[in-house]
Design a protein around this ligand. Sequence first.
Ligand code: FAD
Length: 405
Amino acid sequence: QQRVVVVGTGMAGVQTAVQLREQGWPGSVRLLGAEPHPPYDRPPLSKAVLLGRGEEAEVPLFDIDFAALGIELELGRTATGLRPGERLLVTDAGPVHYDRLVLATGAEPRTLPGSEGVPGVHVLRTLDDARRLRPVLAARGRVVVVGAGWIGAEFATVAREWGCEVTVVEAAAAPLPGALPAEVSAPMRAWYAEAGATLRTGAAVAAVERGGVLLADGTRLPADAVLVGIGARPATGWLAGSGVELGPDGSVLADARLRSSAPDCYAVGDCASFPSARYGERLLIHHWDNALQGPRTVAANLLAEGHADGEPESVGYDPVPYFWSEQFGRFVQYVGHHSPGDELVWRGSPQDPAWSVCWLRGERPTALLAVGRPRDLAQGRKLIQQGTAVDRTLLGDAAVALKKA
Ligand code: FAD
């Protein structure tokens, strides 16, 4: 009987195990992860969990009966090394032998030098992080957020809802610098102001200290709590020296079928990058949908490998990426992947309550950002997926349905 071991109990690891069963994997499935909690979903951490509202307020558990699916779940077990030649995973609780291995260790927050372990300085990645932050918010003190990225914006939203005094410092000239061109994100500055949060762009942080943040220009921003939200890095440090090839960004360099460079070893979710033929570049995606879709491919390929006759066939992974964010009372969605040379076409004005913007390469949309226009998102996704040519004039008319453009 073939043994699959999956490392990491986040969305990607859990979905891999579930997909293996759904697709009929006959062997054993062992799912192990470092966190002590039963597997849970991360997006609610910066939303319902911090707000303490709704069904997901306490623990946003995945609704999965692992035992019934024949998935052996081992919590609180950390992988510390890998010896692919021996098909051996080294963990803090002893070695684990496998026939096939799936790396799904996700990502961990980037920190600022010297900020780790400083009292009152937080990151937001895990349930434990969110639980530490909730009383901080409930105390309604002064909060400084470092980084106006997705997490920073969502945290600032929640902190304002609690009634905290919120300052967000961002080194770049506009919010979401890693994700959007300033032309698109500049109008989002107003969202911060509207919510009563102060956004300081072009503000480099010199140090995060107990009791506040020191900016490079000498300004001291006092704070009862600091949230460092400056992005995440694949949690792959433990693979150093194992022979599994890692990229400069720390990601496991998977191939188009999500196989790592080690034999019988796949990688999926936030820890892995893969070559996209669709976009002509390697993608490292830190979003939920990728951690949901990638595992289908991994499970299909694990099953295909076992069949000498080539049936079923192995499959490639080349998705149109998608993610959403809930910030400042708005539902923000993005689909596709744009490049600096793509042309921008606005649908509506960013001063409107709802608008979207589309990126075009030639006649074909490559990406779409929708603010409060989920129908644009759904229709845009189809256009992007199918590579449909559009009429620029109709596209730019927010009154015309995207599918008619
Ligand atoms: P993870 O969820 O990081 O899971 C990896 C697991 O592996 C972790 O439990 C970790 O402890 C474990 N692990 C790590 N190293 C080891 C080791 N050596 N041994 C054993 N176990 C290990 N995306 C969206 O699209 N929309 C959103 O609104 C959104 N909101 C988010 C809000 C927050 C607060 C966060 C943190 C993320 C959010 N995301 C959102 C991103 C999304 O949650 C991630 O892309 C997704 O969780 C990735 O899943 P994963 O399984 O690859 O990694």
